[in-house]
Design a binder for this molecule. Structure first.
Ligand SMILES: Cc1cc2nc3c(=O)[nH]c(=O)nc-3n(C[C@H](O)[C@H](O)[C@H](O)COP(=O)(O)OP(=O)(O)OC[C@H]3O[C@@H](n4cnc5c(N)ncnc54)[C@H](O)[C@@H]3O)c2cc1C
Length: 505
């Protein structure tokens, strides 16, 4: 890691680049900040470490968590309101979620959908209602946070909110997961919009630290120091800097210090997510929050999971198997010591494998196959009787098509017969970090002593966004794009520039 300590403006010999608003990182938060800053009349420069725009966003599955009655939800017949969305998110993304931010996001969500569409992002008016990590084709809407599964679809939760699908997926052609998926179809029109607005981009330029100057007795951010091909490059921001370089999932030291359950298991992130924005901002006094929070993916095929039972190292069920995979991942990693086995019978396995999936690589052969649960349990090395007891209880209720223990929906509940198989899914989790810079709702980075750091804004996964204890797919592209816009618009209107002018050589 480079030296992230701030550099004083009066030490800068030459400013190689400058703009009103300088944005670090050309992923989802960066591009949305750029569009709104440019629309607010600012001259905008985006500085990107790699050779092109996109970041993790362009590789992503493209779920964008939006609701409260978006045009797409309404066109497909789903009722939703900002209050309904807010109540669900407060329940699903905690503990410790920022309720004011969730309320703000829920209120602005339908208009944000319209904004994306106006920028050229296309959504196909088709609903995908099956379990899956992503939609298998180019459907535009699906459940992406467990809204329609226990505990959210059962009393008392169902008295407070009704399940609505909020995973919005940009339409894509020739889908190739992880290469050219819906995330690319989100980023491309946004970057084209930014280019039409005159946003400039500099690639292969790696931001390393902030440049500061004194303003009214405190340090204000007036630029960025970056490295290109072994040389320092000083970039002046006449109005403000927006940090948008992503999470710290690939900074091993930071993960060890803050989110140790993810040690050795970064995923759904890119190597450039090294936490540099967080460190640079901390070096000028920025506050952080929820640095321990993580998204956790589970490497199981949702169609197979829903048809079986997932048991822990003691052979006991612990999560409704038909819920959102991210909830399964968090439950497995956080409460079950990363121990999980999927148990299902031959008929369920065949039925699951016959369905459409976006994750065929998760459909591997079982680890153990047996003619009875007792035999399977012995092969798995579980204590005598534990799995048999679990299956006996599950089957007793499943004979009536219900799961009173964990609330799996009746459509997925069927007694487990023989032959029966188990998949060893111990350690099948990975994820990315959700904590980061503490910002206000306009993206102003907050100082540990309170108040904003003049000239400094941030958005995306380098900030603490919507999520704290929980996660729903689409909240990263969702809060990254939503609060990226806010940060860009506010940065363009930063008034401190003239005051700082005199402090900059
Ligand atoms: C395979 C995959 C699937 C995913 N699926 C989803 C999904 O369906 N829905 C969802 O919400 N999220 C998804 N995610 C996560 C989501 O893509 C990210 O969390 C999101 O893109 C974060 O937004 P960001 O703007 O903070 O970072 P990014 O979009 O990654 O943008 C950050 C940019 O900053 C650049 N950068 C980094 N360091 C520097 C530096 N020092 N100087 C200059 N530039 C720098 C990076 O190269 C990158 O271009 C997925 C991610 C992956 C990889």
């Amino acid at each position: 890691m480079q030296d992230v300590r701030p550099v004083r403006a009066d030490r800068i010999e030459q400013w190689e680049l400058e703009a009103d608003v300088v944005i670090a990182g050309y992923g989802i938060a960066g591009v949305c900040a750029a569009i709104e800053a440019a629309r607010a009349g600012a001259d905008v420069l985006v500085v990107e470490r790699t050779g092109g725009w996109g970041g993790a966003a362009a590789l992503s599955g493209g779920w964008i968590y939006l609701g409260g009655g978006t045009a797409l939800q309404r066109s497909l017949g789903f009722d939703d309101t900002p209050e309904n969305m807010e109540r669900f998110l407060c329940a699903a993304l905690g503990p410790g979620a920022d309720e004011a931010r969730i309320a703000d996001y829920s209120r602005g969500s339908a208009a944000h959908y319209d904004w994306l569409v106006d920028c050229g992002v296309e959504f196909k008016p088709e609903f995908w209602g099956e379990p899956g990590w992503e939609v298998p084709h180019d459907e535009g809407l699906g459940f992406s946070g467990g809204e329609n599964a226990a505990p959210f679809n059962t009393a008392p939760a169902s008295d407070r909110f009704s399940p609505a699908p909020r995973g919005h997926v940009p339409r894509m052609a020739d889908k190739r997961t992880g290469v050219r998926g819906a995330g690319y179809m989100l980023m491309r029109p946004l970057v084209e919009t930014a280019e039409r607005l005159g946003v400039r981009a500099e690639y292969d330029l790696r931001v390393a630290s902030l440049i500061v100057a004194e303003q009214d007795g405190v340090d204000a951010v007036v630029g960025l120091k970056a490295r290109r091909y072994g040389h320092d490059v000083a970039i002046r921001a006449r109005r403000a800097v927006v940090l948008a370089t992503g999470s710290f999932a690939y900074n091993a030291d930071m993960v060890a210090a803050h989110a140790p359950r993810l040690i050795g298991r970064p995923a759904a992130a890119i190597e450039e997510h090294d936490g540099v924005s967080i460190l640079m901002a901390q070096a000028v006094g920025a506050a952080v929050a929820h640095m321990d929070a993580t998204e956790v993916a589970f490497f199981g095929d949702p169609q197979l999971l829903a048809r079986g039972i997932l048991v822990n190292g003691r052979g006991q069920r612990f999560v409704p198997e038909d819920t959102y995979g991210g909830r399964i991942g968090q439950a497995t990693l956080v409460t079950q010591d990363n121990q999980a086995y999927l148990v299902l019978d031959e008929a369920a396995h065949e039925a699951g494998c016959a369905t459409a999936t976006s994750t065929p690589y998760f459909r591997q052969p079982p680890t153990w196959v047996a003619e009875s649960v007792a035999e399977l349990e012995a092969e798995m090395g579980l204590p005598d009787g534990v799995l048999q007891a679990t299956v006996e209880l599950y089957n007793r209720h499943a004979a009536r098509g219900v799961d009173p223990v964990l609330g799996k929906k009746p459509e997925w509940v069927r007694p487990i017969g023989t032959p029966v198989a188990a998949f060893d899914m111990r350690g099948f989790t990975a994820g990315f970090t959700l904590g980061g810079l503490r910002c206000d709702l306009d993206g102003r980075v907050q100082h540990v002593a309170g108040g904003a750091i003049p000239g400094l804004y941030a958005a995306g996964r380098c900030t603490w966004g919507l999520c704290a204890g929980g996660y729903a797919s689409g909240t990263s592209l969702g809060d990254g794009s939503f609060y990226g816009r806010r940060a860009g618009a506010a940065a363009a209107c930063e008034h401190a520039a003239e005051v700082r002018e005199s402090a900059v050589k």
